[in-house]
Design a protein around this ligand. Structure first.
Ligand code: KG4
Ligand code: ZN
Length: 336
């Protein structure tokens, strides 16, 4: 079965064609990041309009790259939520209409299910069951995954998501949006140990997270480091970035280890934008070694939003006989 996947939940237009027998045939991505950077965050109306402009050309590009005509598509999967309503509507209505025109089924996919299953697109994918850490701009969750659609929430952030904390900390340091990759880059120049940030909620039992205190700690540290003109010297900036990243990574690592121990599972999957973080990957590598477990993640470009993960997740659900009928499904808030 060949499934066309469409992702438009936020600021990336992603399209891909996945074949259940031959794997990923082609994919294309257009990022709006530069446009939103000017405003320090995603502007919803601008996002919707840009998806409208880019989606059809990307669908054409993906089919051309695969060397196939549109009638080779057996099903259409689109991100139905969670996300920005206008942005979601573009993908949902286009996907649903395309499926109707082609006479094939369509399915609305949960964006976080897409992230969760993205490591399945790699060689040597994880096998069910496994523990998944979902870390994106909107979510921080630990999930026990038994199979497609069988998800048990083990813990989640009570306030900011990990990616959101990265973005906000970056803003405080005067860095652009999205700040995660910029903090990570700056942290490479940092002197580890000059500052020590708290590891929130690690001293009590349970698998929930809280990152809003870390944000306040970053703000206070940054303000204390400013000179009379309000400027922070470059080395101190890097030291703060390094201490912030360490605190987030260490907090995630402690909870991941706890989740592996609690469930007795031996596979840890990390997914979502923050799973692209090199320090997180290195630290979790140490954790899984200690727990005699395996670590799985997607290639860099499939950690952040993309069409391939939606095509894959949609294909699994369509193969299981599910579809979203003629509904144009768009749910800005939607628990996994
Ligand atoms: O999954 P994603 O592309 O979109 C959402 O579903 O939210 O995640 C985007 C988030 C942003 O907050 C971004 O700053 C963060 O992932 N991110 C990173 C890195 N790359 C992306 N955070 C830390 N280190 C990175 N290398
Ligand atoms: Zn995402």
């Amino acid at each position: 079965m060949r499934v066309l996947g469409i992702e438009t939940s936020c600021d990336e237009t992603g399209v891909a064609l996945y074949d259940s027998e031959h794997g990923l045939l082609s994919d294309a991505l257009y990022s709006q990041v530069k446009m939103h950077a000017e405003y320090g965050g995603v502007v919803p109306e601008l996002a919707s309009r840009d998806h409208v402009r880019k989606l059809l050309p990307l669908i054409r590009e993906v089919m051309a790259k695969a060397g196939l005509a549109l009638d080779a598509v057996d099903g259409v999967a689109y991100t139905a939520g969670p996300g920005l309503i206008g942005a979601l509507m573009v993908g949902a209505s286009t996907g649903r209409a395309l499926a109707l025109g082609l006479g094939v089924p369509a399915i609305g996919v949960h964006h976080m299910e897409g992230h969760l299953l993205a490591p399945m697109l790699e060689n040597n994918p994880p096998a069910f069951p496994f523990v998944a850490l979902l870390v994106s701009g909107g979510h921080t969750q630990l999930v026990r995954v038994e199979g497609i659609g069988q998800y048990e929430l083990l813990g989640e952030s009570l306030d900011d998501a990990a990616g959101e904390a990265f973005d906000k900390a970056a803003k405080m340091l005067g860095l652009d949006y999205p700040g995660g990759p910029l903090i990570a880059k700056l942290a490479l120049q940092g002197e580890r140990g000059r500052y020590r940030f708290p590891r929130p909620m690690t001293d009590r039992p349970g698998l929930d997270f809280s990152f809003s205190g870390l944000k306040t700690f970053t703000l206070n540290t940054a303000n204390a480091a400013r000179d009379a003109d309000g400027v922070i010297d470059p080395q101190t900036m890097a030291d703060i970035a390094c201490a912030f990243e360490d605190a987030v990574v260490e907090t995630l690592a402690i909870k991941c280890r706890r989740a592996l121990q609690q469930t007795g599972l031996k596979q840890l999957v990390i997914a979502g934008g923050v799973s692209a973080n090199q320090r997180l990957r290195e630290r979790l590598d140490e954790v899984v070694k200690k727990e005699r477990a395996g670590l799985f993640y997607a290639r860099h470009e499939f950690c952040t939003d993309n069409g391939a993960m939606i095509a894959y997740a949609g294909c699994q659900r369509l193969l299981a006989g599910q579809n979203s009928d003629l509904t144009i499904l768009a749910r800005p808030r939607w628990p996994l």
